[in-house]
Design a protein around this ligand. Structure first.
Ligand code: HEM
Length: 129
């Protein structure tokens, strides 16, 4: 079965309770039948109906269950020329962070305390002597 493609303009018209579509990571979901069942409430979904809710979805740090759950509402994808970069979650225990980001974070975590102590010691030395 081929994937149905939507322009963002097409999705934007589906912003009503009985016809609500949202875009998450360039995938289009019809959430009309899911509104009342959403553990996060009807309002957040309805407020984002017709829109790209990728940031909201990731900011909440939805569980793996939620990610699996959304698949049953998938109705298609955004046309290739209107796709956006997929944003990684920042609060799902780092599971979506790229290896690069993790390396930099790791380095920072290791070097930050001694660096701060070094700066504090230098300042103390300047003031005291
Ligand atoms: C088809 C798409 C979606 C599915 C299947 C889904 C599913 C879920 C599930 C299962 C939860 C319970 C917590 C968890 O397991 O992570 C949840 C919570 C929540 N969701 Fe969604 N969600 C969807 C889209 C969205 C979007 C687009 C937003 C924001 C605009 C949103 C906002 C929230 C909020 C605010 C909570 C409550 C978090 C809390 O109480 O800590 N959800 N959602």
């Amino acid at each position: 079965m081929s994937t149905r493609l939507f322009t963002r303009q097409e999705v934007s018209t589906r912003d009503r309770k009985d016809n609500a579509a949202i875009i998450i990571d360039n995938v289009v979901y019809d959430v009309s039948g899911f509104l009342e069942d959403h553990p996060g409430g009807v309002e957040v979904l309805l407020n984002n109906a017709g829109l790209d809710a990728s940031r909201c979805f990731h900011d909440v740090g939805h569980s793996d269950d939620a990610r699996a759950w959304r698949e049953q509402y998938r109705i298609g994808e955004v046309v290739p020329e209107e796709r956006r970069e997929v944003i990684a979650s920042t609060n799902s225990l780092g599971s979506e962070l790229s290896a690069d980001e993790l390396t930099w974070r790791g380095l920072f975590d290791v070097w930050a305390p001694p660096l701060m102590m070094g700066i504090a010691a230098t300042l103390a030395y300047i003031y005291l002597f």
